[in-house]
Design a protein around this ligand. Structure first.
Ligand SMILES: *Cc1c(COP(=O)(O)O)cnc(C)c1O
Length: 420
């Protein structure tokens, strides 16, 4: 198999519909937050089954607005998985509060609620966890890694038992759903799965507006606060000021020192059509994931990602776990060889407690979160996106198979003295 160009890690799936809508926005004369953003919010809220949706310019902004609206302040702590992207924890720092890092489940890579319980109990008892002490735990930020949802009922039970609010980092989880067991109804991510659920429309997420995000909630007061803070804390936004009444509403009041997080109509133009195609794109990723499962099955050197009949997986990521004891090369060399053979991959992620900021500020050490420390060394995310061509799928599969067989640990040779 010859590939003239490398298989990229991601390629956006854009059609003439998105392009025409963007052109229509340019011709309309209204580029910033306006009618298309409002329509995008309504249609997105409907798609996930939430009452309110606030469109913003990133998931990071959505997460920040959520914890601000829930009143997060200095002296407080929030349970955050260590295996996540920078954004999930930095927004806690924006409010002057402290992320209490939690280890991951070795199979799903999602937050381990048993470790969350252990860390929370210690902090509440006044005992330090790494360098974290003297904080009052008030919330939890579950992340649905790769689009495989946390067990929502267990997370809710945990949060309720410990009086914690919940903000979901659902950057990977649109569209995604879970159910407690076969025969039970599905619950969509964003449909009462947290106090606030935050989605990402970054360029390589499951649907994109280039940059963008959405906060959804059923609570009108939380929604109103997030909306106000997304635009400088003003009493009303520019669109309703200019078009809301037969009299020009020229005045406004600054009611809080807000942020500049609003989404533009240019971005919403893309979002409207990406949203309409989101299920179709998810089904395509699911079909590709199934092909990966089928054709990578039985390779001893790798573990495939978890699946469950009680998860509707968004398939944002396809993270392999290398079995390093079966391979004669390490993860870095595996990635380098994939690269040389024309397969671009990624790693999700170096855990937060292995970054200098969290080590230097809060004293986290590898042993504080041992599962994440060990597991991340084995992680490699393969390309998986809806616009992937069959020759690209074939090339990824053939390359992974070839690398595994070429670098298989030579157990047979070791047990054969004649070879020496
Ligand atoms: C991408 C990502 C974010 C941030 O999304 P932006 O829209 O780029 O701000 C947050 N959390 C996770 C888990 C992500 O993967």
């Amino acid at each position: 198999m010859t590939m003239t160009r490398a298989v990229p890690f991601f390629r956006p799936d854009l059609t003439e519909l998105e392009i025409e809508e963007a052109v229509d926005t340019l011709r309309s004369g209204w580029l910033t937050t306006g009618p298309k953003t409002r329509r995008f919010e309504q249609e997105f809220a409907e798609a996930v089954g939430a009452r309110h949706a606030v469109a913003v310019n990133s998931c990071t902004a959505a997460l920040h607005l959520a914890v601000e609206a829930l009143g997060l302040r200095p002296g407080q702590g929030v349970l955050v998985p260590t295996l996540t992207f920078a954004a999930s924890a930095e927004i806690v720092r924006y409010q002057g509060a402290v992320p209490i890092l939690v280890d991951c489940d070795p199979i799903t890579l999602n937050m381990d609620l048993a470790d969350a319980e252990a860390k929370l109990t210690r902090v509440r008892a006044g005992e330090p966890v790494a360098g974290v002490c003297d904080v009052e735990p008030v919330g939890i930020i579950p992340v649905h890694v790769g689009g495989f949802m946390m067990p929502v009922a267990r997370t809710h039970e945990f949060a309720a038992r410990h009086s914690l609010w919940q903000v979901e980092d659902a950057a990977h989880a649109f569209p995604a759903a879970w159910r407690p067991a076969a025969g039970q109804p599905w619950q969509r991510c964003g449909e009462k799965t947290a106090d606030v659920t935050c989605f990402s429309f970054y360029a390589n997420k499951t649907m994109t507006t280039g940059e963008g995000g959405m906060s959804v909630t059923d609570d009108p007061a939380t929604a109103a606060r997030m909306r106000q803070m997304s635009l400088h804390g003003l009493s009303q936004d520019a669109w309703s000021r200019y078009t809301g009444a037969d009299r020009l509403q020229w005045d406004y009041a600054i009611e809080a020192p807000g942020f500049k997080y609003n989404l533009t109509d240019m971005a919403a133009a893309l979002g409207l059509h990406q949203l309409a195609r989101a299920d179709q794109m998810r089904r395509r990723r699911q079909a590709i994931a199934e092909e990966f499962f089928h054709r990578l099955a039985g390779i001893e050197e790798i573990e495939l990602p978890p699946v469950s009949e009680d998860r509707l997986h968004s398939w944002h990521l396809f993270p392999l776990k290398l079995r390093l004891d079966q391979l004669s090369i390490d993860r870095a060399e595996f990635i380098q060889q994939l690269f040389q053979l024309g397969v671009r991959c990624s790693v999700h992620w170096r855990p937060l407690h292995l970054h200098p900021y969290y080590q230097n500020t809060f004293g986290w050490r590898p042993d504080d979160l041992p599962i994440a420390s060990a597991t991340w060394l084995r992680l490699v995310s393969l390309p998986l996106f809806s616009s992937m061509r069959q020759d690209e799928i074939d090339h990824v599969i053939d390359t992974v198979r070839g690398l595994c067989s070429r670098h298989r640990h030579a157990f047979a040779a070791i047990s054969l003295p004649a070879q020496r």
